[in-house]
Design a protein. Sequence first.
Length: 75
Amino acid sequence: MQAGHDSYITFVDFFDKIVEAYHGVKKHAIEATMSAHSLDAPPFHHDDAKMIVSTRIRVGRNLKAYPLGPGISNA
């Protein structure tokens, strides 16, 4: 196991309180659906919308065995 994972397991009650205070999310909360159809945002003006070809989502966290964002390597 990785040291960071061991630390989280050891101090889970402490870290859960920090995550809840910072993000406002309870420990067993269900995550929001990541669907463009569920966004509550005003529509783009036609001239702006036609310039959008793609978007980039930055991921700054890693899950064990699933490297994301800064954890990606060629290995």
